[in-house]
Each structure stands twice: as structure tokens, then as C-alpha cells.
Design a protein around this ligand. Structure first.
Ligand SMILES: Nc1ncnc2c1ncn2[C@@H]1O[C@H](COP(=O)(O)OP(=O)(O)O)[C@@H](O)[C@H]1O
Ligand SMILES: O=C(O)C1=C[C@@H](OP(=O)(O)O)[C@@H](O)[C@H](O)C1
Ligand SMILES: [Mg+2]
Length: 170
């Protein structure tokens, strides 16, 4: 199946780039966070606050593992890489692209982490989270796009270029 899933840290641009990538590919766009909110009839921040991070990950796993689409750019939340079943499923229905950005650039982009609903354990800093997650993003990535120093348009072009190269080489 022909889908593209974007993974990466919160603020790496999965949702922002996902929409314009979908337009460029003439694909549909699906933001898994919105699917979670629709199913749960609550905002993400409410689910995390009321049910805790472990339950949120369970829901995130189930919602992402139940996605059945074609020709779609999928933007899951940054924590999806903790969800083994969901990741295996997303890999089986298309290509997984890791939007890579340095800790320094992410720190500048991200404001209040808690306010953004990022799954942080007590006392965990953005640096701790980054170091914990990078190996998981790398583990699941079919393709990695280095966003460092690129604006939105340059990141989009880098993705399109590599997708097309891969398709030609198939
Ligand atoms: N080069 C860039 N690529 C993607 N997003 C960028 C870029 N520069 C700044 N931004 C900003 O970073 C934020 C990315 O947020 P978002 O798309 O919600 O990321 P995610 O879904 O990965 O958490 C947006 O506010 C976007 O405007
Ligand atoms: O990385 C995280 O811990 C999270 C990222 C969010 O999505 P974005 O990555 O789209 O910001 C959202 O799924 C949830 O609040 C948890
Ligand atoms: Mg997002």
C-alpha cells in the first residue's frame, strides 16, 4: 500500500509538513492525534491528564494500528515509536520517514512542553526525551530527512526528491 508516515520529535513538523506533502503527492492527509481525539471525545491533553501516559500510549497504539488507508500521508504523534504494534502496522502499509532535527533547533521551536501535551516522565528534560527517542526513530525509519537549516519548503523538496529517487530505483 502506498502511504507515507512521518515520525519524529514533537515540533519536528510532522503535521505541518504532512499537509503540504499530501498536496504535492495528491494524497490524503491523516493526523493520528485528531483520530485519537475523535475516538476518545476528549482533547489529547485531557486524556494524558485524566488517564496518564501509559493509557495514552495504549490508545495511541490501538488507533494507529487500526489505520487502513491508501495514498495517504499519516502524521502520528511523536510518541508513536513507543507503540510496537502500531509501528509494525505503519511500516507494513507504506514508507516511514523520520524528520530529524537537532536538540538545539527543537528547543528553539518548542515552547512549553507540558502545555504541548508531550509525554514527559517526572523530572525528564527535553534532552533526556531526545536521547531516549532518537534510537527508536532511527530503528523504525525507512528514510531519514535531515531538516537542519531547512525551511518548510526546503524540507518538503528534500522529501519529494528522496521519494522519487526511491520510486525510480524500485
Ligand atoms: N522548517 C520547518 N519545518 C517544519 N516546521 C517548521 C519549520 N520551521 C518552523 N516550523 C514550525 O515548527 C512547528 C512544527 O509543529 P508541528 O507541525 O505541529 O510538528 P509535529 O506534528 O511534528 O509535532 C510549527 O509551528 C511550524 O510552523
Ligand atoms: O511526542 C509526544 O509525546 C506527543 C506528541 C503529540 O503529537 P505531535 O508529535 O504531533 O506534537 C501528541 O501525540 C501527544 O501530545 C504526545
Ligand atoms: Mg503533529
Amino acid at each position: 500500500m502506498n502511504n507515507v508516515t512521518l515520525i519524529g520529535m514533537p515540533g519536528s513538523g510532522k503535521s505541518t509538513i504532512g499537509v503540504i506533502l499530501a498536496k504535492a503527492l495528491r494524497y490524503e492527509f491523516l493526523d493520528s492525534d485528531l483520530l485519537i481525539q475523535k475516538q476518545e471525545k476528549r482533547k489529547l491533553s485531557e486524556i494524558i491528564e485524566q488517564d496518564g501516559p501509559e493509557k495514552f500510549k495504549e490508545i495511541e497504539n490501538q488507533v494507529n494500528a487500526d489505520i487502513h488507508v491508501t495514498d495517504t500521508v499519516i502524521a502520528p504523534g511523536g510518541s508513536v515509536i513507543y507503540c510496537d504494534e502500531a509501528m509494525e502496522h505503519l511500516k507494513s502499509i507504506g514508507k516511514v520517514i523520520y524528520l530529524k532535527l537537532s536538540l538545539e533547533s527543537l528547543s528553539k521551536r518548542l515552547g512549553n512542553l507540558k502545555g504541548r501535551g508531550v509525554l514527559l516522565k517526572d523530572g525528564q528534560s527535553l534532552k533526556d526525551l531526545y536521547e531516549e527517542r532518537v534510537p527508536l526513530y532511527e530503528k523504525y525509519a525507512d528514510i531519514t530527512i535531515d531538516e537542519e537549516g531547512k525551511d518548510l519548503d526546503e524540507s518538503l523538496r528534500a522529501i519529494l526528491e528522496i521519494i522519487h529517487i526511491k520510486e525510480q530505483g524500485k
